[in-house]
Write a protein that binds this ligand. Sequence first.
Ligand code: GLN
Length: 476
Amino acid sequence: MFSYTSIKEYHSFLGTNPDGCMQAVKHYIAAIEANKHLNAFLEVFADEALQRAAELDKQRTEGQTMGRLHGVVVSLKDVICYKGHKVTAASKILDNFESVYSATAVERLLAEGAIIIGRNNCDEFAMGSSSENSAFGTVKNARDTSRVPGGSSGGSAVAVQADLTMISLGSDTGGSVRQPADFCGIIGMKPSYGRISRYGLIAYASSFDQIGIFGKNLADVAIALEVMSGEDNFDSTASSKPVAHYEEHSHKLITGKKIAYFKQVLDHPGIDPEIKAATENYIQTLKDKGFIVEAINFDWLDYIVPTYYILTTAEATSNLSRFDGVRYGFRSTEGIDDLNEMYKQSRSKGFGKEVQRRILLGNFVLSSGYFDAYFTKAQQVRKLLSDNTATIFEQYDAIISPTVPAPAFKLGEKSDDSVAMYLADIYTVYANLVGLPSISVPLFTHSNGMPFGLQLMTNHYEEELMFALSNSFLAK
Ligand code: GLN
């Protein structure tokens, strides 16, 4: 029976198995079918994936050179465009909408031989922390199906967690890759803002959004990052900085680096006592491994969630104004003979509750009477955080923290309390506010049986160091 550990081992398996890609794709199609109850996939591109596997097997056995992702099975969060395929952002408003072009990230995966197996369920328009806000049903955590997988990229996380794909793509605006990775016990990484082109990623908050990667091991994530990163004429925020050989760094063992953690993070009243204890013990382990780990002050912890929600909802309000019932997907027409009423009904019926809440909140913070009090203030806090981050990285190589203050919660537990849901983003939104690369590394297990991780951040465009440190942390 086919089993998967890493791209490297899969590629050596392909060397002796002329139908290896086909075996892999058949295996995943059956696994997805057998795990339908997890609701991780909105659509499986079965016939197409089988056909592509056959082509790749043929090319390889005929002696053509293999791409870096030859035959690698990948699934996409349903906010990433793949030409000729549906993309809905898990929203009714885009029901049956088909991508007219592919995201640059997708084009680059395909150019290196990847096989796209399907679309993953998520929170509607990537807004949420539990994958319960999808118009197409809740995603379940494979470790304990009474619990959430995290969000918003919950389907992509579960796809890797439950072995339904080799790697998957998510998007991370405030933690949507790292937090589900933490809840599912896998690796989830968001690169620096600008490392991967956002062309073809349905926008939530454009100055925060980044495509991120889920994987079972660091090297896989590093290879996928290498393939997707780099300059893009279609996204002026995509950096032209050279793309490093990230994989090489994902095998390095290093020590002696200076690592900071925020005192206020571990002293926060909302942190689960076991997560606090595990992180504190781990800090000692890191010191024993030869790292210099020091507590530093971070006085803004209570401001970062409000700042994040003010700025992201403001951006979302603008980004989502294009979904008006005219240009894309769903339109409400029944009994309507007035244009304004058509807009109103289409948006009221097409968007779910959480998306509507955020559009209202975003309009509120941008309205003339409140603009200075909320939006301008939040921009000032963001600037302050950026300046402070630069000062931290003058003295330290990295910052660590728990990824989330508590492990995966029960389905429905927080769905009626949006403030509690938002507050759980307290450790992840910082990296997006300042654009840092960040990764959640699965290191711990809670007494309730659920996994949790350690979050690591390095300075802008220091993904190499992030991978080397992660590998050193994971090494026994
Ligand atoms: N949970 C956060 C939110 O709801 C993060 C979402 C994301 O990163 N896409 O905004």
